[in-house]
Design a protein around this ligand. Structure first.
Ligand code: CA
Length: 284
């Protein structure tokens, strides 16, 4: 929240040394031009892509890029109010959302990792407030691409689920093992349950509100292998996990769950022999 006119932003995958940070920045811009949600390259290419003012081939091309950016961003940024930024980085794919509006959707390969930061532009008397900063591992699970360093060994991982996806193989497991011996999974594998009481638990499933969400579970199982579902350590239901015909035939099952704003624990506990659990997705 910018309380006065000024300039701020979120640095990500940035570079730093003492008293200095530079690189990728999701812009917070209170000026008349309204470039909030733009993608700035601090200390390097500046406005190079969304919008492209500083690296455009001509003034006309630059103006066109700025107009296209303003068209995308519209009036999504609210001066003097809380604004929600969502910066999604998967390999070279970079997206910036401001209050749900996709303002930047580009590919850039200059930096693939680095710290995040919040910006005060340095002017005296200006105040910016930040709250609820969250970082989520997007569960790439499989190969991480470093396109500017080496040829990628495989394409960027593609999720078969929509929404906020959490891989089972990255979660906490008790009695289950990470396995890859049945094809068709996503990410880096799946959780192979052993017997009754074994479980997979995600300890930071994020929700934007106190609300009911759809939890989608991707699994495979030769026969019916029900499990109990716990949300924040409370038993909330039973997941049927009906047989999918074979362990290479992956299906999904949906459950309605009440989540609290912020991080949630979700645990799936086998009643008998559990299924092979690949990933979960959370959607409103
Ligand atoms: Ca998986």
């Amino acid at each position: 929240m910018p309380l006065n006119k000024g300039n701020s932003g979120f640095l990500f995958r940035c570079l730093k040394r003492k008293n200095k940070a530079w690189g990728y920045q999701a812009e917070v811009d209170t000026a008349e031009r309204k470039w909030s949600g733009g993608f700035y390259d601090e200390g390097r290419r500046k406005w190079f892509i969304s919008p492209n003012r500083d690296q455009a081939a001509s003034r006309e091309e630059g103006d066109k890029s700025i107009a296209a950016f303003r068209e995308r961003a519209g009036e999504c940024f609210k001066q003097g109010e809380w604004n929600k930024y969502r910066i999604v980085c998967i390999g070279s794919h970079i997206q910036i959302y401001v209050n749900g509006t996709l303002t930047t959707d580009v590919h850039d390969e200059m930096d693939i990792a680095g710290p995040i930061g919040i910006q005060h532009h340095g002017e005296k008397g200006l105040l910016y407030k930040f709250r609820n900063l969250r970082i989520k591992d997007l569960g790439a699970g499989g190969e991480v691409c470093y396109p500017h360093r080496e040829a990628a060994k495989s394409p960027a991982p593609v999720s078969k689920l929509k929404g906020d996806v959490y891989e089972a193989e990255s979660a906490k497991m008790a009695g289950c093992t990470k396995a890859t011996n049945h094809a068709g999974f996503q990410g880096a594998g799946f959780a192979d349950y052993e017997g009754a009481g074994t479980y997979v638990e995600w300890d930071n499933v994020l929700a934007d509100d106190n609300a009911t969400y759809k939890l989608t579970l991707r699994y495979a199982s030769s026969n019916n292998r029900p499990c109990e579902l716990f949300v924040n350590n409370r038993k909330v239901g039973r997941i049927a996990f009906t047989g999918t015909g074979s362990f290479t035939n992956w299906k999904t099952v949906d459950m309605k769950v009440k989540l609290k704003k912020g991080g949630n624990f979700i645990k799936v506990v086998a009643i008998g022999a559990g299924p092979n659990l690949d990933a979960i997705a959370v959607n409103k």
